[in-house]
Design a protein around this ligand. Structure first.
Ligand code: D8T
Ligand code: MG
Length: 388
């Protein structure tokens, strides 16, 4: 089996004004991703997703250029089922222990950032092709799924102190969620007002609903410690990215300062970043993003590290349908897999790019059992929103 073509396109989907939310980083006016389409000479087609920015807003030109101009020419002619070999060549270039079939030398393109995101998009498409070639869902190729459906949490919660309880209860009523996530940090100013919003949320939800908080790395270590102290009795499911991802030791200090579990990983790029988080005891929950972290291949390794360090895996699924589905397959197959993120912000790439729908019933999401990633991409939707 041989790869015939690799094509990356930037999908830019504007969000209608009434559906936009104001996140920590401003008003979210679009949802963006890079759609990777790989076709084999025998006519199999696989799709993957790569992302330039964690928030999924904005420009993806650099990523598209990298995939189409650097990775694609090297991949054409290769066997798409040799995923580990191709991963290694894309990451380690001429240092890889494997070579490209035709003896081409591949450059080393970078070990973090868009290079690894590009690998993610390719990797997802390769797994999609492998599954389709065998008529099996990806989770089966990863060793089987632990359950037919897994718990999901509703991810949103930007409202102020007066509105947060109602907003989160709205999520619970809508999908039967047993867990929700709200934003704290820059969005509300300081740890004291964050803690007030958390208390309001807990009061509305009662003790039976899981509650997580996400600070997007916007606190200082001192602020994050103060926040943990203020909410220690609110029984948080986790406190996410308390401080910048660049300060892993600071994160470990925050974690050691209270009993509030720490989650991190959406800003990390590969297993080596997660190994550092684990060794520093900086986190309780790992959140790789399948469109960023090196794809399914790397996420399974990250899941193995989580398991070996007695941590949990809860992938960052603020993504389009392909990275979302990939996260479901990995969570279902990984021993550390725990809970799935379901974004409650406007997310057209989750709900309109795929012909299938991902619906939460009684707080649970079905693990797809169609071949490959189990996502039928709507080419009409993709073409309508493709910028490059
Ligand atoms: O964990 C999450 O879902 C967040 O970090 C989102 O990626 C962010 O709010 C998008 O702007
Ligand atoms: Mg987050």
């Amino acid at each position: 089996m041989k790869i015939k073509s690799v094509l990356a396109r930037w999908l830019h989907v504007p969000i209608p004004y009434e559906q936009q939310h104001v996140s920590d980083f401003g008003r979210v006016a679009s949802f963006d991703c890079v759609l990777v389409r790989i076709e084999t000479a025998c006519g199999l087609v696989g799709y993957g997703e790569a992302k330039e920015e964690v928030g999924s807003e904005g420009n993806s030109q650099a990523l598209v250029a990298l995939i189409n101009e650097k990775y694609a020419p090297a991949l054409v002619g290769e066997d798409p089922r040799d995923i580990s070999r191709l991963w290694e060549v894309m990451y380690n270039g001429c240092r890889a222990h494997y070579a490209l079939a035709e003896g081409h030398v591949f450059p080393i393109l970078g070990r973090r950032g868009v290079s690894v995101s590009a690998i993610s998009g390719v990797d997802l498409a390769l797994w999609d092709i492998l599954g389709k070639s065998l008529g099996a869902p990806v989770w089966r190729l990863l060793g089987g799924r632990k359950a037919e459906r897994m718990p999901a949490y509703a991810s949103g919660g930007w409202a102020d102190e007066a509105g947060i309880g109602r907003q989160l209860m709205g999520y619970v009523e809508r999908g039967g969620f047993k867990a929700v996530k709200m934003r704290v940090g820059v969005i509300d100013g300081d740890p004291v007002s964050s803690a007030r919003r958390v208390r309001a949320a807990r009061e509305a939800l009662g003790p039976g609903i899981g509650l997580a908080c996400d600070a997007h790395g916007t606190y200082t270590v001192a602020q994050a410690k103060r926040f943990c102290r203020l909410v220690e009795d609110e029984n948080l499911m986790w406190f996410e990215e308390p401080v910048t991802a660049d300060d892993k030791r600071g994160m470990a200090e925050v974690r050691a300062s209270s009993s509030v579990p720490i989650a991190a990983g959406e800003s990390e790029f590969n297993r080596f970043d997660f190994r550092d988080l684990a060794e520093l005891r900086a986190a309780d929950v790992f959140q790789p993003d399948l469109a960023i972290c090196g794809g399914i291949t790397e996420a399974m390794r990250i899941g193995a590290i989580a398991s070996a360090f007695n941590l949990r895996l809860a992938p960052h699924l603020w993504t389009g349908a392909l990275a979302f589905a990939a996260g479901l397959h990995v969570s279902a197959a990984s021993p550390a897999g725990w809970i799935l993120e379901y974004s409650l912000g406007a997310n057209p790439l989750l709900h309109e790019l795929a012909e299938e729908t991902f619906t939460v019933v009684d707080g649970m999401l079905d693990i797809p059992d169609r071949p490959g990633l189990g996502v039928t991409v709507s080419e009409a939707f993709a073409q309508r929103h493709a910028i490059a």
